[in-house]
Design a protein around this ligand. Structure first.
Ligand SMILES: [Zn+2]
Length: 494
């Protein structure tokens, strides 16, 4: 018996009850395809917000009684800087930037991405297919499109003729009239402004590191064809659910649908879910502006990866979320408080009545199954923990169940848990290690560093009076100071 799950489907622009291909009792796993990272740089926390929402979706499907086959691709070739199939390949540009081979760049940033995924408690997908491992499938897909008359050749590649796919504008609700504005942009040899490259030829004047032979000439695949080829290769058609960031709707997913459905003659995916942007004060977080925050940047500010996960739950995945360090630090504190409450519950108090636990979970599950409404789910978690009608043992069972969907490690003991932040800095030759449970404000951090440096200098100058005064100030601030054997000043917030 499956629990009802309602999801907002971009394809129909409404919330619908999720039913897998073949019905609720088909027994097969729910196929979920998520557009993965282009591994040419670190993932910024805006990208990671999307993977967190997709992880919650997977956990919600599981909580509703479905098994899931989850595929996330790795784009290691063919993603050009511009959506208009122009500009450099992001991977080749990344390699040039760092003076490494494209293959090394891909391996390095793929490993970094995996570390981020683990740190965020994102469950591993069943498969991480790499674009460079699927070139033959992409070539076959393009051949099929060619046989069916959907392609044409230009000087720089093989293109999909969107005029031959009448439903092209439907998915994103594009007004065909608005496309005429595109006539002013550089069309190259394209027939329509929305046409996109399936295969790009290697440039004649420069040697690419990644290129392959094809029936049309040496070159590399377009970014969009990668996802279609890998999704069709690894999941039953149509896909039950296809996910991605909201920025994918108008071009990338519209193109995936066109080229997939033109080739197979069938619907590509039943449900389309899109996560909204994380917004910085200066606008959407993007790598191109050079202004991007990674998990490491957050750690330096005392916000743990799971504190960031908690921060993402302060907004619905379909709403833009405004990022601030204050907001993230507050979420970190909220997470810490939840852990403290849970660790203070007496597990041995009373027995567990499963019915009572299920009843207590009901508001939480209702929020989760109402299009993954995490702000409401987190509020329901707090309510459940305050419910005096539950025994201690039942509260623990309730928290355990809720955490299966939340992925916040709520039952991890506080000492040594992930919310403990360690910040290591070196200022004026003075090594300082700041240890704090949960988030630390940048104001407090700077204050600690300033005092630690002054204390060290005072001691070096044998000015023990000043050093003692500073030690007293640390006590007033609730910071324990210790000198480690290697000369590092350890400052632990109490
Ligand atoms: Zn994709």
């Amino acid at each position: 018996m499956k629990r009802k799950l309602y999801l907002y489907n971009t394809a129909t622009a409404r919330k619908e009850q999720f039913v897998p291909q073949g019905g609720d009792d088909s027994g097969g796993p729910v196929g979920v395809y998520c557009c993965g990272p282009t591994v040419y740089n670190y993932a910024h926390i805006g990208n990671l917000r999307t993977y967190i929402f997709e992880d919650v979706l997977k956990r919600a499907l599981t909580a509703c009684g479905y098994s899931v086959r989850h595929v996330v691709n790795i784009t290691d070739v063919g993603h050009l800087v511009s959506d208009a199939d122009t500009g450099e390949d992001k991977m080749e540009a990344g390699a040039a930037r760092e003076g490494k081979s494209v293959w090394d760049i891909a391996a390095f940033y793929t490993a970094k991405f995996m570390e981020d995924i683990d740190a965020l408690n994102i469950l591993q997908p069943d498969l991480w297919p790499k674009a460079t491992d699927h070139i033959p499938q992409m070539i076959n897909h393009i051949k099929t499109l060619e046989e069916k008359g959907f392609t044409y050749r230009t000087a720089d590649g093989i293109y999909f003729d969107t005029a031959k796919f009448p439903a092209y504008c439907d998915f994103a609700g594009i007004d065909p009239a608005s496309l005429r504005a595109g006539e002013r942009v550089d069309m190259g040899d394209k027939r329509n402004v929305t046409d996109f490259a399936l295969w790009k030829f290697s440039p004649l004047d420069a040697k690419r590191q990644m290129e392959w032979d094809s029936p049309w000439g040496r070159g590399f695949p377009g970014w969009h064809i990668e996802c279609s080829a890998m999704a069709i290769e690894h999941l039953a058609q149509p896909l039950d659910i296809h996910c991605g960031g909201a920025d994918h709707v108008r071009v990338h997913h519209t193109n995936e649908i066109a080229q997939s459905e033109a080739a197979t003659g069938e619907r590509f995916a039943n449900f389309w879910l899109h996560g909204e942007f994380l917004v910085l004060d200066k606008g959407k977080m993007a790598k191109s502006g050079g202004n991007f925050v990674t998990l490491d940047t957050l750690r330096e500010q005392g916000v743990s990866p799971l504190g960031y996960r908690m921060f993402c739950y302060t907004a619905h995945y379909r709403s833009p979320l405004k990022f601030s360090y204050e907001g993230a630090a507050a979420a970190e504190q909220g997470l810490l408080k939840l852990r403290k409450i849970i660790s203070s519950i007496d597990k041995s108090n009373g027995s567990v009545n499963n019915e009572r636990v299920s009843r207590a979970l009901e508001p939480f599950m209702a929020a989760l199954c109402d299009d993954l409404n995490m702000p409401r789910a987190v509020a329901a978690l707090w309510d459940g923990l305050r419910d005096d009608g539950l025994t201690g043992a039942e509260k623990i069972a309730f928290a355990e169940e809720a955490d299966k969907a939340l992925g916040l490690d709520l039952l991890t003991p506080l000492d040594g848990g992930q919310s403990r932040a360690e910040i290591s800095v070196e200022v004026d030759g003075c090594k300082i290690l700041i240890i704090s449970d949960g988030g630390i404000s940048s104001e407090l951090k700077n204050d600690i560093i300033e005092k630690a440096v002054l204390r060290k200098k005072s001691r070096a100058a044998k000015d023990f009076k000043t050093a003692d005064i500073i030690r007293g100030q640390f006590v007033d601030m609730g910071v324990a100071v210790k000198d480690l054997p290697d000369g590092t000043t350890e400052c632990m917030t109490l």
